[in-house]
Ligand binder design. Structure first.
Ligand code: SF4
Length: 475
């Protein structure tokens, strides 16, 4: 075990209340961002039930996820019969454009070759010219949970989808369709909508993937939609290989195989850029600067900085002036997916909050170096960094190192620990199961930062009021 002050890697024979979710769960979120797709889990029924339940409680939407329903017999003799029956049922009942398959732990443990199962299924459904064109596209992401978290599962699904659909340059250049691939990371539907608005305001034609802004945050329906409308179209993903550039939000992303942007760069020469999640002024400035370089001709004043965003930025700076005295030198525990932790910590540091513990269930080995890079001169030795963490390990770290946090910033899985330590939580990331509106949480850009800053200040003020024996009404 590495027990240096800066880095904590918790290793144990078993873990309890891990600071992560399972890999195919993350894959299902990404698959929901493909138009006309139905996610399918190759494995046992319980995995699908847990994942459906978990996603419903966060997004508050219906969640159709198919399963090949392994039994004892399947576990011993293999799952190809269940796989074929499952695909038949999905096609006849859902008529999807894409069947997006993720493997569960059990299927991976017994060594199921899902790609081969797909080939065999397609081979039995051929016409003279090849595959039956009425067959849906099939995408497969290998997502054993013992090798990664929901975050790796999400990015593995993004990579697998692009690899499966953006195959070769068979059509002529449909360049007018888009010029930028924006891989937006695991963010809220509201943040996806906000990104779409921003790139449109910069006159950038972009393919945003995965786009679950409608499929996981829809309107009310008159009748049930088995596959909700919305998502990135197959055509747009196919044409991603024609884009001039890709921009990936997040710098750690998929450490298991490759990111989608890396794949397109290596295979088709689409130049790949990365930047951190645009939370806070400094990270949003970097994001806007990149968009300005893509925006041709430049829109707005200042060589491509629309007035709308100048004003948003100005209002945020003004808000920092108003609220800095409430946040200065407060101590926060920040936890969740690695790139989110980096984005939140960079923001916290810029407003004067000390991120005393940055914790994640991921084990990329890159969190500490990425934090140092993102925080720059705001990085300090007071920051403890923990990967492969459970909430029990976080409690131990908080107590043993006398961290005395004033605030938790992260998902609702931290609630029990926050309650035990009598510390308020600002809920951010995934999952949020104990509040409604998680799908509308905006963190990104100047506006998202404004909302987050206000939430943090108001949470601290409320806590001060709650603990005061006097009862302040003027703060
Ligand atoms: S067995 Fe694996 S895939 Fe299934 S729910 Fe558990 S961690 Fe997820």
């Amino acid at each position: 075990m590495n027990t240096t002050k800066e880095s904590i890697l918790k290793e144990a024979a078993s873990s309890c209340n891990a600071c992560k979710q399972c890999a195919p769960l993350g894959a299902c979120i990404a698959f929901k961002g493909i138009e006309g797709a139905l996610p399918m889990l190759h494995g046992s029924q319980g995995c699908a039930t847990y994942i459906r339940r978990y996603l419903i409680s966060h997004f508050r939407e219906t969640m159709d996820i198919a399963s090949s329903n392994f039994s004892e017999e399947t576990t011993i003799f293999g799952g190809n019969k269940n796989f074929n029956t499952g695909i038949d049922n999905i096609i006849s009942q859902y008529h999807p454009k894409v069947i997006a398959i993720a493997s569960t732990c059990l299927a991976e443990t017994i060594g199921e070759d899902v790609q081969r199962l797909i080939y065999e299924y397609q081979a039995t459904h051929t016409v003279e010219t090849g595959h039956d064109p009425s067959l849906p596209e099939m995408v497969f992401a290998s997502t054993p949970s013992y090798q990664g978290t929901h975050y790796e599962g999400f990015h593995e699904a993004v990579f697998a989808t692009v690899k499966a659909l953006a195959k070769k340059k068979t059509t002529s250049n449909p360049f007018s369709l888009h010029q930028l691939n924006l891989f937006c990371n695991l963010i809220s539907p509201e943040d996806i909508r906000h990104l779409k608005e921003i790139v449109a305001d910069f006159s950038i034609k972009a393919m945003i993937f995965p786009d679950y802004s409608d499929t996981l945050d829809g309107t009310s329906w008159d009748s049930y939609q088995r596959i909700p409308e919305g998502g990135t179209s197959i055509e747009a993903i196919e044409n991603s290989l024609w884009a001039v550039s890709s921009l990936e939000l997040g710098t750690i992303l998929n450490t298991l195989t490759q990111s989608a942007g890396e794949y397109l760069q290596d295979t088709f020469g689409v130049k790949n850029f990365r930047t951190g999640l645009p939370i806070g002024i400094r990270e949003t400035d970097k994001f806007i600067e990149i968009l300005r370089s893509f925006s041709s001709p430049p829109v707005g004043d200042l060589g491509g900085f629309p007035e709308k965003y100048q004003k948003q930025r100005g209002r945020l700076v003004d808000l920092y002036f108003d609220g800095h005295k409430y946040v200065s030198m407060k101590r926060a525990v920040i936890y969740g997916e690695e790139d989110l932790v980096v984005g939140l910590a960079a923001f916290a540091a810029e407003i004067g909050i000390i991120p005393v513990l940055c914790a994640t269930g991921g084990e990329s080995g890159k969190l500490e170096e990425t934090l140092k890079e993102a925080l720059g001169d705001l990085y300090s030795d007071e920051i403890a960094v923990g990967q492969g963490m459970t909430f029990e390990a976080m409690e131990e770290t908080i107590r043993n190192r006398d961290l005395h946090p004033d605030l938790f910033i992260g998902n609702s899985k931290g609630y029990y620990l926050a309650r035990k330590l009598d510390i308020p939580i600002v809920r951010a990331g995934f999952p949020i199961h104990d509040r409604i509106g998680a799908q509308h949480n905006r963190l990104l850009g100047y506006e998202g930062t404004t909302m987050l800053f206000e939430q943090i200040v108001n949470t601290l003020l409320e806590e001060k009021q709650r603990k005061s024996s006097i009862g302040y009404k003027y703060m």
